[in-house]
Each structure stands twice: as C-alpha cells, then as structure tokens.
Ligand binder design. Sequence first.
Ligand SMILES: Nc1ncnc2c1ncn2[C@@H]1O[C@H](COP(=O)(O)OP(=O)(O)OP(=O)(O)O)[C@@H](O)[C@H]1O
Ligand SMILES: [Mg+2]
Length: 163
Amino acid sequence: MKKKFKYTYYSPSAEDTLRVGEIIGKKAQAGDVILLSGDLGTGKTWLTKGIAKGLEVPPEYPVTSPTFTFVHEYPGRLLLYHLDLYRLEEDVDWSVLGLEEYLFNEGVTVIEWAERLPVFFHPSYFLKIFISFANAGRKIEFVTNVEHFKTIVYHLRPVYKQR
Ligand SMILES: Nc1ncnc2c1ncn2[C@@H]1O[C@H](COP(=O)(O)OP(=O)(O)OP(=O)(O)O)[C@@H](O)[C@H]1O
Ligand SMILES: [Mg+2]
C-alpha cells in the first residue's frame, strides 16, 4: 500500500472551489475514486462540477445532485459517475445497490457523503476530500495514496498565491 499524503487548502470562493475541482478532473485517470465528505452545503456538488469540467464533460450536461436515483453518469474524457449517498436509508441493503459497478470501473467515480460507505466498499486507492466552512470560504483537506493526485498541491499553490 502506498503511503498516505495529506494537504490542507483554503478556498476563498465558490469559483475557486470550481477551479480546484477542475484541476482534480484534469489529473484524474481511469478507475479513480474520489470520496467527498463535509456538512450540508459545504461544496461537494460544487467541487464535482469542477471535476466534470476538468474531465471535459460538455456544458450541456450540468452536474446536479442525484436525488431520485443515487447516481448520475456524465460523458467526458472518461465517464464520470457521480454518487450521492445522503438519501439512502440507514438500513439500506448495500448488496442490492450494485455499488461495485461504480467502485471498480474504467471511469472516474465521485461519491458525496462517502463516510457512509461501509468499510468493505472502501477502495484501496483513493482521493479523500473533507470540506468544511472556514470564515467566508472553505477548508479543503486532501488525503490520498494515489501518486498522480499528490501533485494537485503544486497546481493549487500558485492559484492561492495569486489572491
Ligand atoms: N470556497 C467557497 N467559498 C464560499 N462558498 C462556496 C465555496 N465553495 C462552494 N461554495 C458554495 O457552497 C454552496 C453549497 O455547495 P454544494 O451544493 O456544492 O454543497 P454540498 O456539499 O454538495 O451540499 P449537500 O450536502 O446538500 O449535497 C454553493 O452555493 C457554493 O456556491
Ligand atoms: Mg451535494
């Protein structure tokens, strides 16, 4: 198992969160699983919009939270699967959801409320992102054991300095 890497970033605006997502989407490779956690309204869907942009999902496919189903699929440089576990019942039968299909595939999977994922579904290679309210913006914490995601930090720093 690769060593874990951690980094904390402060995002001052919604536009910046979008740009962070875009950098992640550009870096993403087939089979990547991105686990998003954070309170209601912290910006998980917003970050996913950015990831979609980075994956070249055409603008005519706007990214919205999956509500009536727990997954949305978007075409891009790679297929993007956007899952939201928020509305699943506490006693949901994980075995019938077919989650494996989204955790082990050749696309990129983004999961909101990923902390609800049962341990037996935890992917061995991941990018975990924890978003929280911080002043007028957001604190975005990255934890990853995927080599290509470690470099996001170098792409984030200059963005932060410009402000
Ligand atoms: N860095 C930021 N600074 C200020 N506002 C932000 C930032 N990033 C995102 N936002 C704002 O946060 C709001 C909520 O975003 P979003 O809907 O993505 O939250 P969410 O985490 O997906 O919520 P839910 O848990 O309900 O799915 C949006 O209005 C967005 O503009
Ligand atoms: Mg959301």
